[in-house]
Design a protein around this ligand. Structure first.
Ligand code: DOR
Ligand code: ZN
Length: 394
């Protein structure tokens, strides 16, 4: 069953729950979705679907960190996801092919026995990055993208880019060889309001860059605004946007009204409700321009619950259950597979996963740990603030 552009399979079951081991007979709807998931809608009342089998998902934007934290968070992702694009913002950052190869080895060494997971590595773009090293990294097959952090935009971005002109030779090389650029799309100019930083980035950095280098393949990472949604919608197949789970749930009131909630603080910061709704429409639209990048970003509680708390929501543990809940709420369960398992591989020109993930809606609420423990300290698991009943069962 096909690679990118091939067939996707969504299996939806309605009616009574099946006892464990009971054969798959009866009231099934089995639907072949064309590549992107476009154009097929299943007219089943949402409340009647209670199992969902999709191709094993990938996470196209993930922070795994290193050392004790890596050890603690990796199983949370590997339990459900086959692959993930691994962010390179370590200290020091993952800049060269050699850095990426060594980091990949550390990730694989941290994988618990019996778990299968493929880290898709990225390089951190600096003003000293060598275009030839980037070309070698792409040719090796080990590195799948380069990450642009505007210097000062977010966690460990101090080695990032201050002046885009200085990295043009690298970007030109990437355009030539088809290696995607993942952008943290926020300007860092102090005068620009933090809630406007994405929209200003699109107008003053992203759009001029695309006009100058139309061949550059580009991912707008973790979009948070209607402007981001609209920009990606109008682009051709060389541009895509990732959307996080938490930005589909949170608006800025959730962070700030009635007390500051540090575990909802991330970057780009969640925006007004109208932007959250635009993200929901994009994610559930079936358009191949949008796919999941959780940006699951663990920090120990001591660093989140601080006078100057770190940015990041840790969603690896419960993302798939949350997404099933949200897509069902929007009458789009049949489009979940496109968002989590088909559109990403199509953009990155990788085969889709062969395995599957099965979710079941049950009367009992999903119970996740409040925190996962690491030798570096506890990490709070994202709390959506509403009950969720979609359990990942296999
Ligand atoms: O919230 C965030 N956390 N946004 C980022 O861009 C970086 C990430 C991190 O590394 O903690
Ligand atoms: Zn990130």
């Amino acid at each position: 069953m096909g690679g990118p552009g091939g067939l996707g399979l969504v299996q939806l079951r309605r009616g009574k729950r099946r006892a464990r081991g009971e054969p798959l007979v009866g009231d099934y709807t089995r639907v072949a979705l064309q590549g992107s998931g476009h154009g097929v809608r299943i007219a089943l009342p949402a409340g009647l679907m209670d199992t969902l089998t999709i191709r094993r998902p990938d996470d196209w934007h993930l922070h795994l960190r290193d050392g004790a934290m890596l050890q603690a968070v990796l199983p949370e992702t590997a339990r459900h996801f086959a692959r993930a694009i691994i962010m390179p913002n370590l200290l020091p950052p993952v800049v060269t092919l050699a850095d990426a190869a060594a980091y990949r080895d550390r990730i694989l060494a941290a994988l618990p026995p019996g778990m299968v997971f493929e880290p898709l590595m990225t390089l951190y773009l600096t003003e000293g990055t060598d275009p030839a090293n980037v070309a070698a990294a792409a040719a090796s097959g080990l590195v799948k993208a380069v990450k642009l952090y505007p210097a000062g935009a977010t966690t460990n971005s101090q080695s990032g880019v201050r002046d885009l002109a200085r990295v043009m030779p690298v970007l030109e090389k990437m355009a030539e060889i088809g290696l995607p650029l993942c952008t943290h799309g926020e300007v860092t100019t102090p005068e620009v309001d933090i809630f406007d930083r994405e929209a200003v980035f699109i107008d003053t950095v992203l759009d001029p860059l695309r006009r100058r280098l139309p061949e550059l393949r580009l991912v707008m990472e973790h979009i948070t605004t209607g402007e981001g949604v609209a920009y990606a919608a109008e682009a051709g197949e060389g541009l895509a946007a990732t959307i996080t789970t938490h930005h589909l749930i949170l608006n800025r009131n959730h962070i700030l009204a009635g007390g500051i909630r540090p575990h909802y603080y991330c970057l780009p910061v969640a925006k007004r409700e109208k932007h959250r709704l635009a993200l929901r429409r994009a994610a559930t639209s079936g358009s191949p321009r949008y796919f999941l990048g959780t940006d699951s970003a663990p920090h120990v509680d001591a660093l989140k619950e601080d006078a100057c708390g770190c940015a990041g929501c840790f969603t690896a543990t419960n993302t798939m259950s949350l997404l099933a809940h949200l897509f069902e709420e929007d009458g789009a369960l049949d489009r979940l597979e496109g968002f989590t398992s088909l559109h990403g591989p199509a953009f990155y020109r990788l085969p889709v996963n062969q395995g599957t993930l099965r979710l079941e809606k049950r009367p009992d609420q999903c119970l996740w740990p409040d925190k996962i423990s690491s030798d570096a300290g506890p990490v709070t698991v994202f709390n959506p603030g509403f009950p969720v009943h979609w359990h990942v069962v296999a």
